[in-house]
Ligand binder design. Sequence first.
Ligand code: ZN
Length: 150
Amino acid sequence: MSRVLKIVTGDVPELRQKAQIVKNVKDPIIQELILDMSETMRKKKGIGLAAPQVGKLLQIIVASDGGDNELVVINPKIERVSKDVVVLEEGCLSLPGIYEKVTRSEKVTVTGLAQNGEPIKIKADGWLARVLQHEIDHLEGVLFIDKVKK
Ligand code: ZN
């Protein structure tokens, strides 16, 4: 049974650190964490979640594609971004009540590992491209409020 994990909230040191590479994706502890992260994202009605947000400094993200499908990316890396950008309001489960307009690339190509450890390459646009950029920022200790134009 997967569990709903506690989400780290606020602009706190835990959310300002770099996450570590996952070396053994098949480790049962990692697999359980992924399932718990998916459950937590669903229950909290989020559209994306990064492991540092549940107190684990590991390079794991989960994202909703806006429909019923979820995407898990381990050790994600942004390979390409489009020059075209989109400005949209964003929020974050770790920063409840804060919504700000953030400029993001319209399209991104992300590589990494799937939940089963196989390499994956995702070409995303629209909302998913935004979610991927937001979640990968979390792995670098970056919060969306850093990207708001003052
Ligand atoms: Zn976030």
